[in-house]
Ligand binder design. Structure first.
Ligand code: DX5
Ligand code: ZN
Length: 208
């Protein structure tokens, strides 16, 4: 089964409840947290996640594109996150951050940016629930899919335990989704493809 996680970065934030309910046939809800330091954009913080938690039962897939993620993990768990993904490039002690996330009983994910090689994740695969392979430079929705990033997936899949989720994020549509699942991804994030579609439910179905 492929886990579809619509990214609300492409939703209308003035109509967020409507736009979250519109994707309720998907599996998770992807929430992009950006701090203006790790990436050149500022998006969603803890109070918004608290409000989202009240209006949906979908698992909240929180993608932290922030420096010093360890300072904010507890707050995002209390806000209602079910999966917390941090960036390899943003932390010093990877194992400590994974342990911290798992100590709260939520799933731990680690992401790598396009220029980060796949092998940096190998030492941590047994501790992780998910690896997020970015297929665009993090920071903005609506960018073009980078196929060479997806080509990192087979090496990770080959070394991974059988329950590891490999997620891709950036430029995912029905066509690039097929490339990623062929390489071994089993979770797809999509923002623009889902939210800019005239038929959201069909767009979600087309990714499966
Ligand atoms: C980019 C974010 C993505 C973004 C994807 O930094 O992590 O989740 O919303 O948007 P699309 O699917 O439009 O490329
Ligand atoms: Zn994301």
């Amino acid at each position: 089964m492929t886990i579809i996680s619509p990214s609300i970065l492409s939703a209308d934030f003035a109509n967020l409840e409507r736009d979250i309910k519109a994707v309720n046939t998907a599996d998770w809800l992807h929430i992009d947290v950006m701090d203006g330091h790790f990436v050149p954009n500022i998006t969603i913080g803890v109070p918004v996640v608290v409000s989202i938690r009240k209006i949906t039962d979908m698992p909240l897939d929180v993608h932290l594109m922030i420096e010093n993620p360890e300072k904010y993990i507890e707050a995002f768990v209390k806000a209602g996150a079910d999966i917390i993904t941090f960036h390899y490039e943003a932390v010093q002690d990877v194992s400590a951050v994974i342990k911290q996330i798992k100590s709260f009983g939520v799933k731990a994910g680690m992401s790598i940016k396009p220029k980060t090689p796949a092998d940096v994740v190998f030492p941590y695969l047994n501790e992780l629930d998910m690896v997020l392979v970015m297929t665009v430079e993090p920071g903005f929705g609506g960018q073009k899919f980078m196929q060479d990033c997806a080509e990192k997936i087979p090496a990770i899949r080959q070394k991974a335990h059988e329950n590891l989720i490999i997620q891709v994020d950036g430029g995912i549509n029905a066509e690039t989704a097929r490339i990623c699942t062929f390489y071994g991804a089993n979770s797809l994030v999509a923002g623009n493809y889902i939210y800019k579609s005239s038929d959201i439910k069909s767009a979600i179905a087309s990714l499966r």
